[in-house]
Design a binder for this molecule. Structure first.
Ligand SMILES: [Ca+2]
Length: 272
């Protein structure tokens, strides 16, 4: 079913409304004259920043989605023939949500679990990898993707005195070559510094595949600064181990949300 009666229908009286994680959200359908744009608006409140997948069941014209709040606006389009977007990164827990199209559209479903975010394990200030750890400096970057490039910067407090900075926008990714000394299951660490963002979201790939089948996205929060002082760096352990064969492998980190400097990586053979 699609809405077709102008000008306003209360969401509760319409079978085609807005759902967040399976629960109906208060929303309003409208038709904007004179262009007759069909739309639906709502206030979206989430328990925490993260990722938001959006699905629109029925639509005969492209769907435009606008999510705004706190001076930031994110837009996405769902083309005809597709039902869902790639997930949004949502910074603000309270946002205005607007979905519109040239033609009527059906039920809109939002899902915060669809992109499967898992927090990194934050090691305390002063943590140092154990002697058996194999450390890879982030400044030895193999390749980058995206319209903006990160740079190698001098940071006296960084491992080897240098780090990478400028991982700022979605679409950027860096790839590093890591070398495993033997076939084993390893814990993977990243040394990072970040501030002033509600949450940092990153995807980690090993040889082109997510490092775990249990989650797609790793999250962490401010470390207190961008690494100008030693206390601003933290070692984070990724929330899964990876079985890695002896030899060289590609570790890729893709930016989804938030700026975070990267100093180094480490792999540590899992004791178990
Ligand atoms: Ca470094």
């Amino acid at each position: 079913m699609v809405y077709s009666k102008p000008p306003v229908v209360d969401a509760k009286s319409s079978p085609d409304s807005l759902f967040l994680n399976g629960a109906e959200l208060p929303a309003e359908r409208f038709i904007a004259e004179p262009c007759r744009i069909q739309g639906m608006s709502a206030i979206l409140r989430l328990s925490e920043p993260g990722r938001l997948a959006i699905k629109v069941r029925e639509h005969d014209a492209p769907i435009s989605i606008i999510l705004g709040g706190d001076g930031k606006i994110v837009t996405k389009t769902i083309p005809v023939g597709e039902t869902a977007t790639a997930p949004f990164s949502v910074v603000n827990t309270s946002s205005t949500f607007l979905v519109s199209s040239e033609k009527p559209f059906g039920k809109v479903e939002l899902d915060t679990a669809a992109s499967r975010v898992k927090p990194a394990i934050v090691r305390p200030e002063g943590f140092a990898p154990p002697p058996e750890a194999i450390v890879f400096e982030a400044e030895n970057i193999a390749s980058q993707e995206g319209q903006r490039s990160a740079k190698v910067v001098e940071r006296p407090s960084a491992s080897n005195g240098r780090a990478t900075s400028g991982w700022d926008v979605e679409g950027q990714a860096g790839e590093w070559l890591i070398n495993a000394p033997e076939d084993a299951t390893y814990r993977i660490y990243i040394r990072t510094a970040t501030v002033n963002h509600p949450v940092v979201l990153r995807e980690f790939y090993l040889d082109g595949r997510h490092i775990s089948t249990d989650f797609d996205v790793v999250s962490w929060r401010s470390t207190g600064g961008f690494g100008y002082a030693p206390k601003e760096w933290r070692w984070l352990e990724l929330p899964a181990t990876a079985t890695i064969q002896k030899g060289s492998h590609r570790l890729k980190v893709a930016v989804l949300l938030g700026s975070a400097n990267i100093d180094a990586f480490a792999i540590i053979k899992n004791a178990k």
